[in-house]
Ligand binder design. Structure first.
Ligand code: NAP
Length: 483
């Protein structure tokens, strides 16, 4: 299967924070790949910006090094890379001052798509938006892209929304949650709404429960200060896991337009029941022979911030009444895995004698490592030795399905091109972010009030015992991380 490339119109993309980690690792290599496959023309321009003074040529040399470092499997394609580097420019600005802004405004062309990507600390968003407006760059069709985290609670998210909306309208604001750019996440929508097989079963009559896991094997290295102020709930659940929950649980939108899709997601968040403290298990990885624990990493023996959380969530609507959604995410776990597991109910009656219980089907939607979808199905164990049953996977790996020559797109590649196309479907709307914070805030306030201490867990494990108990006491089990 060959993926089709639909070229976008010429654009000026100003990348604030162009010398930072995210720009070097993801955004600039992603833009190079899109250029390489012919998605945008050589008339497009990417204007890097940061405080550091440097010439456009010095910036190009930095980008070239980043592309070589972060796409090492890419053969050296000198000419294409050189053509891409020609699209780059650089203007130094200080988001907190006036230096550089007039020069940046002078570089913008009036007749092409105009986008500003704020890959900088959120404390700089409002200042940059104000300068863009002040220097006449925030034109009516300009787009502004902001990175996570979008606030640290409802109040700060509202403030951020208000300051962005002073200069840009909602249809111009692209709030990134890169999980939404993942191939499998969009395939979840295709699976549900482009097939007639699954949707009739996608409800409490047939689904026993849903598990959503985002597990990381790494710790919090390099982000200690930020992470200790945030924790797994703010860093992962309020955004990525809630987004996955919404796409799994939402009603079919009447059409595939940004607002129709986002309206349905907001309804899911608004239908979330308050979470009981007994339905939450927070954890912190402990020190072991192999290394320091969370408390050593953040340098605060009193820290009560969670590096792991498991929550049982209920959606109070007709479709999902009585179907728990179990969410878990954490650091230093046994493997790096992101997946959604839809567990269907057991068959109501077994006709096969002496085969033991027959289990319900399980649909596994894998976001990482290898993106793909697996349906666990029961078949007859092959062979003449009597009638036995075996569970086998019906597998669809996207890498295989798309063919050896086709490299799956990184989420950032897709999302940046969507910005240029003006398609907000895979970006969070302001009210959606606020609804997710309103829900998360009540949970966080609960444990802050009770001064709960997270449970310690072993590095390389599946999290604290209490997280396992969250399911065991319901007579269910987590799918093994990396299983
Ligand atoms: P970073 O490595 O610290 O880079 C920050 C960038 O901002 C640098 O280019 C820096 O360049 C520039 N900058 C800092 N102060 C500035 C100012 N006053 N005016 C103009 N430019 C300024 O940060 P990052 O990791 O790339 O993260 C950027 C954003 O993406 C953050 O919001 C982060 O939360 C988000 N994010 C990052 C990741 C990731 O994997 N890194 C993942 C998800 C989200 P100068 O010092 O030269 O000014």
């Amino acid at each position: 299967m060959v993926s089709r490339v639909i070229p976008v119109a010429p654009f000026d993309l100003v990348l604030f924070g162009a010398t930072g980690d995210l720009a070097r690792r993801k955004i600039l290599p992603g833009l190079f790949h899109r250029f390489e496959v012919g998605q945008f023309p050589s008339e497009a321009r990417i204007i890097g910006s940061a405080r550091s003074a440097m010439t456009p040529d010095e910036f190009r040399a930095q980008v070239q090094a980043a592309i070589r470092e972060f796409t090492p499997d890419t053969p050296t394609r000198g000419t294409v890379l050189e053509q891409f580097l020609h699209c780059l420019d650089y203007v130094a600005v200080d988001a907190r001052g006036d230096a550089g802004w007039a020069e940046l405004a002078g570089r913008m062309r009036p007749d092409v798509v105009r986008a500003f990507y704020l890959s900088v600390a959120p404390s700089l968003f409002a200042g940059i938006a104000r300068q863009l407006e002040h220097h006449g760059m925030a034109t009516a069709d300009a787009r502004i892209v902001v990175e996570k985290p979008f606030g640290r609670d409802l109040e700060t998210a509202r403030e951020l929304n208000a300051s962005l909306r002073s200069f840009f309208q909602e249809h111009q604001i692209y709030r990134i949650d890169h999980y939404l750019g993942k191939e499998t996440v969009q395939n979840l929508m295709a699976l549900r709404f482009a097939n007639s097989l699954f949707e009739p079963l996608w409800n409490s009559t047939h689904v026993d429960h849903v598990q959503i896991t985002v597990a990381e094997s790494l710790g919090i290295e390099g982000r200690e200060a930020y992470y200790d102020q945030s924790g797994a709930m703010r860093d992962m659940v309020q955004n990525h896991l809630v987004q996955l929950l919404c796409l799994t649980a939402m009603e079919p939108p009447s059409k595939f337009t940004p607002n129709a899709v986002r309206d349905e997601k907001v309804k899911v968040i608004e239908a979330l029941d308050p979470v009981e403290p007994s339905d939450i298990a927070r954890g912190q990885y402990r020190a072991d022979k192999g290394g320091d624990g969370y408390l050593d990493h953040v340098g605060d023996p009193q820290s009560r911030t969670e590096s792991f959380i498991a929550i049982k969530v209920r959606i109070a609507n007709w479709r999902w009444a009585g179907v728990p959604f179990y969410l878990r995410t954490g650091k230093r776990l046994r493997a790096r895995v992101s997946e959604i597991v839809v567990q269907f109910r057991d068959p109501p009656h077994t006709i096969f004698p002496n085969v033991g219980p027959v289990h319900g089907n399980r649909l596994i939607i894998r976001l990482q490592p290898d993106e793909g979808i697996t349906l666990r199905t029961t078949i007859k164990d092959p062979g003449p030795g009597g009638f036995r049953l075996a569970e086998v996977p019906l597998d669809m790996s996207f890498a295989e399905a798309l063919g050896a020559d086709s490299r799956p797109q990184d989420a950032y590649e897709r999302l940046v091109m969507d910005v240029i196309r003006g398609d907000q479907t895979l970006f969070m709307r302001g009210d959606e972010v606020e609804a997710a914070w309103a829900w998360a805030d009540t949970i966080i306030e609960g444990w802050e009030r009770s001064r709960d201490q997270p449970y310690p867990y072993d590095q390389g494990s599946s999290g604290p015992e209490e997280a396992l108990m969250l399911m065991h006491r319901d007579g269910r089990r987590w799918r093994q991380i990396g299983g």
